[in-house]
Each structure stands twice: as C-alpha cells, then as structure tokens.
Design a protein around this ligand. Structure first.
Ligand SMILES: CCNC(=O)c1c(-c2ccccc2)csc1NC(=O)CNCCc1c[nH]c2ccccc12
Length: 329
C-alpha cells in the first residue's frame, strides 16, 4: 500500500497543511505533518468554544469507529511556548489511499492561543520517533509506525516547495520529483528526532567550511536554526543585516540580496538553500525590514533544518534503516 497527500503552504510558508481523513464517516482535517514531534493531536469537540476559531473539530461521539483509550491523557509543549493537552481515542486515519485502522488520535481539551489563532490548522500529525510521544500512562505509536507493516516500502518522503503545493508520500520514492542521486545519512534517533550531522557549509560563492552541524530534519519548524558561528558568518555577507533583540533575530532591508546557503549531506553531496528562501518575511506591514530565514539555534542543543532548508530538497525518511536521504530537485 502507498499513500500521498498534498502539502499546502500557509502564508510565508510558515507551515504546510495536508488533508487527512479521521474516523467514520471520514472527517477531513487539515493537519501539519510534523517530523519534529510524535503526537497526532486534533482540535476536538472537547475544547471550550473560546479556544476554537474556525478550525474543523473531531467529535469522537460522531465517529462509529472511535474507541476511547480509557485513562489515557497527553500534554505537549513546543519550544516556542505553544502547547495543547487532552485525551485519546483509537480511530481510523487515512492519507490518500493509505488507511491505518487503529491509530491513536489525541483529542485536544485545551490548546494555547497560538493554535487557536492558527485558523486553518486543525492539528498536528507527528512523524518523529514514538519515544517522544507524550501519551500517559502508555505512549502511542505514530501514523508512520502503524503504517510501516502495510507500506510497499517502509519510508515516507517530504517534497515541500517555496510558496507552492508539495507532497508527502508514504511507501514509495517518486523518482520523477528529484534530480541526481539520493545521498543517505545515518540517523541518531536517541532523542526521538530525525537527527543527522552535516560536515560543513558554504555561503554563496564562498569557500567550503568544515564545521560539524548536528541537527534534525523538522517539517514542523519554519526556519533554519544553525550554530551561532555559522549564522554570524552568513549575515556578515548581507549588507546592513543586524541582530535585533526585540524582533528575536537577524533582520535586514527587504531589498537586500541574500547569498545562498549550502550545507553538506555526506562528504560529496550538497543542498543549496537559495538566498530567496532566506529572505523570510517582512517584520511589519511597511515591508521595508525583513526577518531572516536563518537564525541561531541557541538553547536548543542541536540545529533545526526546518522548512526553509527542507523546501530546497527531496527528503527520504527511512525508519527501519535509520537513515535520511537528501536529493536536489
Ligand atoms: C518552534 C517549533 N520547534 C520547536 O519547538 C522545536 C524545538 C525547540 C526547542 C527549544 C527551543 C526552540 C525549539 C526542538 S525540536 C522542535 N520541533 C518541534 O517542536 C516541531 N513541532 C512544532 C509544532 C509547532 C509549535 N508551534 C507551532 C506553530 C505553528 C505550527 C506548528 C507549530
């Protein structure tokens, strides 16, 4: 079996949403497929109405296939301070033609203001390793875990695009959507993430710099968060760029020309993030000052190759072989 879902960018490519069917009759929810977390949680009828703002909600009492997982609860907090919590149902979940009949669906009873404000996002579908699933007392498997035994190949791929619809595919590698070869790197899943080490980088036409960057492939984080030394070196190449504490990062004139950022995947493969992707978004409505798509990874403990980086590549997530594949496109 295989499955495929479109990944539609929200404004400024802040996140990508994919239509997922939940329950019986199937309710279509637009979920953020997130390789940086491992909870499948959805807006639900158990939320106070004040916390719902246009989202489609899952009502387990309306799904004939829903079964409450008695005594199970969950609570998650993300690095940006957003959070959600609730209880758990076992129900059917489908992406395209791929259906998992017994998937833990975490129904939200509370969500933080950031999620309430995100009107098109009906929840998250975690695709990291289940060791970081937050359900208590028994952690639950991800959609990818549950799908693996029925998939033609035990992989999923992410093909995110700049301000255009991309795709998440499950169970196959579509060789028509990338160029050249796929370079595979070993994954260190000990912290529950798709963590890999890039041996070095280059900025624009500059020379290659050998610097190990240990980071995660994270579709749920918008920006490319890198070691301070790399970020400082990058913005030295951008006239007028400066770190602005009140904005929480590097800003520059929206008219600035930004160099490409190239990171190595293995010893002879490279991913080139076009400078255009690093001119992330205006900081205010005047559109004169823009916020950088590359920022510091301070305080996280590793780098995060978020959407700004991932949309420059075709990425293969291979759990059984604990490897990540990268290809140009
Ligand atoms: C800013 C989002 N990213 C993180 O917090 C994060 C961190 C992290 C930890 C500490 C400080 C900063 C970041 C490590 S792995 C990691 N990745 C994830 O947590 C992936 N899931 C993000 C879900 C998420 C949080 N706030 C949102 C707002 C819109 C769409 C999605 C989200």
């Amino acid at each position: 079996v295989t499955g495929s879902g479109v990944a539609s960018p929200q404004q400024y490519d802040v996140e990508y949403l994919t239509p997922i069917s939940v329950g019986t009759p199937p309710l279509v929810l637009n979920l953020n497929l997130d390789t940086g977390s491992s909870d499948l949680w959805v807006f639900s009828s158990e939320l106070p109405p004040s916390e719902i703002n246009g989202q489609t909600v899952y009502d387990p009492t309306k799904s004939t296939s829903a079964k409450k997982l008695e005594g199970a609860t969950w609570e998650i907090e993300y690095g940006d301070g957003s959070s959600s919590e609730g209880d758990v149902y076992i129900d059917s979940v489908a992406i395209g033609d791929l259906t998992v009949t017994a998937q833990a669906v975490q129904a939200a009873k509370n969500v933080s203001a950031e999620f309430t404000a995100d009107t098109n996002d009906d929840g998250l579908l975690g695709l990291a390793f289940n060791t970081i699933n937050t359900v208590q007392p028994t952690r639950q498997k991800t959609f990818y875990d549950n799908a693996q035994s029925i998939l033609d190949a035990p992989v999923f791929t992410a093909d995110l695009k700049d301000d255009a619809p991309g795709r998440y595919n499950f169970g196959y590698i579509d060789s028509s959507v990338y160029t050249g070869n796929i370079s595979y790197l070993p994954v260190d899943s000990s912290q529950g993430f798709w963590m890999f080490t890039s041996p070095g980088y280059a900025i624009g036409k500059g020379g290659y710099k050998i610097t190990e960057m240990k980071g995660i492939a994270d579709t749920g984080t918008t920006l490319l968060l890198l070691p301070t030394s790399v970020v400082v070196a990058y913005y030295k190449q951008v006239d007028g760029a400066r770190y602005e504490g009140t904005q929480g990062g590097y800003i520059f004139a929206c008219s600035a020309t930004l160099p490409d950022f190239v990171f190595a995947v293995g010893n002879n493969a490279r991913v080139t993030v076009p400078g255009k992707y690093i001119n992330y978004a205006p900081t205010d409505s005047s559109g004169t000052t823009c916020f950088g798509g590359i920022q510091k990874d301070i305080g996280i403990g590793f780098s995060i190759f978020g959407d700004v980086a991932l949309k420059a590549a075709f990425v293969v997530f291979d759990g059984p072989n604990q490897q990540l594949g990268w290809a140009a496109k």
